[in-house]
Design a protein around this ligand. Structure first.
Ligand code: PMT
Length: 400
């Protein structure tokens, strides 16, 4: 869920320590570079048992650093200079031993020395990875508390099956999620303290146990907004219809299927939110009486009686305790007329209008924002870019 070159102009030191997850750090390096970052890799001696320096050198196009006494830096001070022009030192995976060393402030190899010599302009992010017993050990728990207290950003670990065959907490967070955490770190916190509720995707209205009425919404626009809001510091709940998309990092997702279940999920949560953004393409009608059994082929024609679904956005916007409500309007023609009509009818401070041909299903969108000041067009761009611009607009309106 990223747009190109978000990390453009940033330098990240990626430190790899000796855990099985070291092989995933190669993918992480690739993802960071794809987003425009310059990545300089530091490996501990133990890391070299799991992955070769040549891999990182090929991916980053930079020499790999592992020796405290490496004289390749012009002044021979790799242990200081490597982080001087970096904005982030990311240790992934970080072993229990590496974390213990950080806590003790030791400086007996290149990585520990770099951590100690790092200045305030270079943040430290740590992705722990270890056996679940090591993670649960009181010594590690103490160390993690100290590390957090010292200002490190800790991402993970995740739960699941471990290389040793045991199951539990201790897996390194996946590279794509670590990338999300890095992007979140660099995103200005314009939505800090805000609680945002978002609907996304299509709904599926049952005809019988195996058939539904649905639409072509992919969920991308709503997920991009959820992701951008979380990165901007908001507490985000995403009520999602059926999509194949992964849950954005740092977002609470509630899966629903029908318009009725989406309606119920929203109504039980809207009061705890400051902003409600209705992106979902909700079915306006549902089969009146879904069959409990699979409908068999019989006559040449089949008619299904449909009844109106509740309008979720209209219901929330009409409440006395309504949050700041943002609607979407997907139109096949006359966008201005219909979108402005929906804004007026539902008394919304903001409506985001898009033509179906521009927004439905694809990776990009072109939208027009309609508010009390008039219309504000946004040129066609990837949905994450459009999502950021919409959120900036919302946070400006919230301040007014
Ligand atoms: O999911 P993607 O493939 O990324 O596509 C994105 C999108 C095209 C679905 C999205 O950008 C969009 O336009 N969403 C709104 C689609 C829509 O159903 O519009 P509408 O004009 O029918 O509804 C108007 C507003 O009322 C919307 O905010 C909708 O979420 C809301 N609504 C509609 C009906 C209903 N029963 N309940 C609702 O809350």
């Amino acid at each position: 869920m990223n747009s190109k070159a978000e990390l453009s102009g940033r330098t990240i030191v990626l430190a790899v320590t000796g855990g099985v997850a070291a092989y995933k750090s190669a993918e992480l390096a690739r993802l960071l570079i794809k987003e425009g970052a310059r990545v300089r890799v530091v490996m501990t001696e133990a890391a070299a048992h799991f992955i070769g320096a040549a891999t990182f050198q090929a991916i980053t196009g930079e020499p790999v650093w592992s020796d405290l006494w490496d004289a390749r830096m012009p002044n021979g001070m790799a242990h200081i200079d490597l982080t001087r022009d970096a904005q982030l030192l990311l240790i992934a995976p970080a072993t229990a031993d590496c974390i213990a060393k950080l806590v003790q402030g030791r400086a007996d190899d290149l990585l520990s020395t770099l951590c100690l010599a790092r200045d305030a302009t270079c943040a430290l992010m740590v992705a722990p990875a270890m056996n679940r017993q090591m993670w649960e050990h009181p010594a590690t728990a103490r160390n993690m508390n100290t590390l957090r207290g010292d200002g490190a950003i800790v991402v993970g670990p995740a739960a699941g099956e471990q290389a040793c065959g045991e199951v539990g907490l201790g897996r390194m967070v996946e590279p794509a999620e670590l990338l999300d955490a890095v992007l979140a770190h660099f995103t200005p916190k314009t939505m800090a303290g805000r609680r945002v509720l978002i609907t996304a995707g299509p709904t599926a209205e049952a005809i019988d146990p195996v058939r539904v009425v649905t639409n072509l919404s992919s969920g991308r626009m709503g997920y991009a907004l959820a992701c951008a809001a979380a990165r901007a510091g908001a507490e985000v709940t995403l009520i999602s219809g059926p999509t194949g998309l992964a849950k954005p990092f740092g977002v609470e997702r509630v899966d629903v299927s029908s318009a009725l279940s989406m309606h119920e999920a929203v109504l039980s949560r809207y009061a705890a939110c400051d902003v409600f953004i209705a992106v979902a393409a909700v079915a306006d009608y549902r089969p009146a009486a879904p069959s409990e059994r699979k409908i068999k082929k019989s006559a040449d024609k089949l008619s299904i009686d449909m009844v109106r679904n509740p309008d979720i956005l209209a219901d929330v916007a009409a409440r006395a305790d309504a949050p700041f409500c943002v609607g979407f309007a997907a139109e096949s023609h006359d966008l201005d007329t219909y979108a402005q009509g929906k804004r007026a009818a539902k008394k919304l401070p903001l409506v985001v209008g898009n033509l179906v041909a521009d927004g439905l299903g694809g990776e990009d969108n072109a939208v027009v924002l309609y508010d009390a000041e008039g219309r504000h067009p946004l040129v066609r761009a990837p949905k994450p870019v459009i999502a950021r611009a919409i959120l900036e607009h919302i946070s400006r309106l919230l301040k007014d």
